[in-house]
Design a binder for this molecule. Structure first.
Ligand code: SF4
Ligand code: SF4
Length: 310
């Protein structure tokens, strides 16, 4: 199955590190929108693909074959271009605060997922490590807000297991200036309100209110080679270039059907659960876990993957 790109989906959990605007914005539908300010991805797409791009009915969800797409991305040098884009960000020295930022899991573009997937499958070549990452991704997807101690699936013994290919979200974390962080945190608070209501309506007891999962701004890093943090405009430019690598990978008509920017555990979960059934499964698994400290349904789902990232 493919991944549905539903702008209202409750899949967009805590978007604290997302550098992307909500999907369909009024401004994206209006000619000339965004002139003079930071451009959104939607505005760039609307300019390139037509102003009605976001208002046309999207085509049916497209299946994608990870192996095949990863091969295509490699043959077309897209991974190399991706690393080049990442390379434009300044180096930082992390203040080693104890992995606050790695308690969440990053959003990533499909091109980044393929990059990470390929690294794990063909560079790491460690089936046990892959199975552990997969297991943690499923735990994150279904139990993050009801079970203790669920960190980014890539965090292993206090280290990032995929550091050389970590996605843009992780790379720009803590580089953004105060204004951009505050704007994103505000959007995240709005987004989690609906999710909080959704969980409560279904009787799920959360570990703490969802807004408390929003990561605080990191103030412990040192940025090399420049005095100031990055502005929204600077980050957006890099974000859009990354998104356009994804665009180079799929046909325009597929672009809206294959979700191109999603939370990592969501990418994993939605490859085995149809998007329309995901929310129901998440509630059922959370309730099961809440009642007995384990979920047979989650265990059964994990079996379907055979220890391999999809
Ligand atoms: S980047 Fe910041 S939040 Fe993340 S571990 Fe380093 S100091 Fe902590
Ligand atoms: S991918 Fe790596 S750097 Fe990013 S949140 Fe996960 S463990 Fe941390």
């Amino acid at each position: 199955m493919g991944i549905n790109r539903d702008p209202n989906s409750t899949m967009k959990w805590i978007i604290n590190r997302s550098v992307q605007e909500p999907r369909v914005r009024e401004s994206a539908k209006q000619p000339g929108a965004g002139q003079g300010g930071p451009q959104t991805l939607e505005q760039r797409l609307a300019r390139e693909l037509g102003q009605d791009y976001f208002t046309r009915t999207p085509p049916p969800v497209i299946e994608y074959d990870t192996e095949k797409l990863a091969r295509r991305a490699r043959n077309d040098n897209l991974f190399r271009q991706l690393l080049k884009i990442y390379g434009r960000l300044p180096e930082v020295t992390c203040g080693d605060c104890g992995h606050v930022c790695c308690s969440d899991s990053p959003d990533m573009y499909l091109i980044e997922y393929l990059h990470v997937w390929r690294h794990i499958r063909y560079e790491m070549q460690d089936p046990d490590a892959e199975a552990r990452i997969l297991g943690r991704a499923l735990q994150w997807a279904f139990l993050k807000f009801v079970a203790e101690d669920i960190f980014c699936p890539f965090l292993e013994e206090g280290r990032c297991a995929i550091y050389p290919v970590r996605p843009l979200n992780c790379r720009v974390w803590a580089l953004e200036d105060e204004a951009y962080y505050l704007a994103k945190a505000e959007r995240a608070r709005e987004s989690v309100k609906k999710q909080q209501e959704y969980f409560e309506r279904h009787g799920v007891r959360l570990l703490k209110p969802l807004k408390e999962f929003i990561l605080p701004r990191c103030r412990n890093i040192r940025i090399h080679g420049r005095d100031a943090h990055l502005t929204e405009e600077e980050i957006r430019e890099i974000d859009i270039e990354t998104a356009f690598l994804h665009k180079a990978l799929v046909r325009p008509e597929e672009f809206r059907s294959i979700n191109f920017h999603l939370h990592f555990p969501g990418i994993v979960a939605l490859k085995r659960i149809p998007a329309g059934e995901f929310d129901e499964a998440r509630i059922a698994i959370a309730l099961e876990y809440q009642a007995g400290g384990a979920s047979a349904r989650l265990d059964a789902l994990a079996q379907k993957y055979g220890g391999r990232l999809p």
